[in-house]
Design a protein around this ligand. Sequence first.
Ligand code: ATP
Ligand code: PAU
Length: 320
Amino acid sequence: MSAMASNGANQPTPFVELDRAAWARLRDQHPMRLDASEVRRLQGLGDRLDIAEVEQIYLPLSRLLSFYERATEGLHRVTGDFLGERRARTPFVIGVAGSVAVGKSTTSRILRELIMRWESRPTVELVTTDGFLFPNAELERRNLMSRKGYPESYDRRALLRFVTAVKAGQAEVVAPVYSHLTYDILPDEQIVVRQPDVLIVEGLNVLQAPREQPDGRTGLAVSDFFDFSVYVDAKDSDVKTWYVDRFLRLRETAFAQPSSYFRRYASLSDDAAQDIAENIWDAINAPNLVRNIRPTRGRATLVLRKGTNHKVERVRLRRL
Ligand SMILES: Nc1ncnc2c1ncn2[C@@H]1O[C@H](COP(=O)(O)OP(=O)(O)OP(=O)(O)O)[C@@H](O)[C@H]1O
Ligand SMILES: CC(C)(CO)[C@@H](O)C(=O)NCCC(=O)O
């Protein structure tokens, strides 16, 4: 790790880049260990979860987040004192961005488990922006069914209202729910968020810059409410492989259910399923990654760069 934040041309940059070993050494400076019962609980998140990875990569990140949380709380207190207000605590909001299938949900769930174990035992809510996709009927009306996951396929105003209300400390805030099984918003379901200490907002486009309004003004974006953000990054070809592998695995489980939107794919041969998954990837998810998602990477506080097998190889932290 270089102490100077600089690029090859020695130009100052806001980022510091650490390889896996350097990041792991930071962990040594802050001894951290999961006990056996914590390891068991975390393993419940998925049989493929590597506990060494949790300890070496995600535990240091959780520690860094706890420092940010404390500092941010101090800032809110300063503003409250200045205004002479005694307000309820403001939730600490973390954004998690990245491509379809790069591992945003897994990263978010690991972080939730680790944050819940901070000494202060905070309550943590995890929300995915999937719930703010327009329902399929509306996407069809807008001719966006082949652009699901693109910025314009979300009800961005509703998402912004949601995050603002949670951050403002509203007692109960509801969000719609998306089902990967029916491939649509569930009309009769919602989740209720009740004043969490920490909110994790996970989604493809959560780092998108604010849009210009029709009247020329610049609005706010959800990222304006993030106290910390993580971009999960990997090579395009690796993410494609993970997408296709997950698609093939889903044939035996989700796709096989009668209510599955993809039930016609359940009985496909490996080769046929592979072709379909690659076509969906190439037509929808890859262009979204290249055009909309990856361009927001520079806005993240931290970038986790994964190699094959989901192992994090490099970490880039914004320090200015
Ligand atoms: N750290 C990890 N270790 C091992 N496997 C992982 C890890 N993270 C993700 N995976 C696997 O990669 C695939 C995609 O992960 P995940 O569902 O978390 O991605 P996602 O970015 O949330 O995707 P989507 O946007 O489609 O919901 C899954 O099959 C998951 O099991
Ligand atoms: C719901 C999203 C947009 C995000 O999780 C994604 O999983 C998706 O469905 N994308 C559309 C193309 C596809 O079916 O993979």
